[in-house]
Ligand binder design. Sequence first.
Ligand SMILES: [Zn+2]
Length: 180
Amino acid sequence: MENTITTPAQPTELCNYCSTKIENDDSFCTNCGYPIKGTDFEQRSFVAARNNIDIDMNEFNKTLKSATMSLYYLAGIFVISGLISFFMNKDNADVLAIVLPNFILAILFLVLGSFSRKKTLACLVSGLSLYIIVQVLNAIADPVSIGRGIIMKIIIIGYLINGIKSAINIEKIKKENNIA
Ligand SMILES: [Zn+2]
């Protein structure tokens, strides 16, 4: 991020760090906390600290993206298994009862995926819980199903757990540094 230096004539018009408009009597930027009236050292330290935070945040945001993507991926998996079980049970009178849970789950994961941008932590926790409940119910109904696609299941759960960790870390960093 390029930090523009404001003209000396109006030294407190825009924040040096985030370019937010500043009221004349503000000591700190109301948006990013930049020490407007701080010493040169304080201002440099602020920028250095914020750059480190940005690097951490980038890393956490990458993990978050994989986690939210796995919510969409799960929606896709349930659509596919819904279609497969539809064609396998086409002539069964209970075909709807067999197929419907898959499509309901697909819709739930799609909704969680689309809300995960705003309510990331809540959506990831819900997604992980839902996925684990489905696996437990499947395991009770058909114990052989536990082993089916076990590596994929572990990878998905891993992505979701890492996403939850990252979401918690991002919240922590934001709180510690008063980032909105
Ligand atoms: Zn600022």
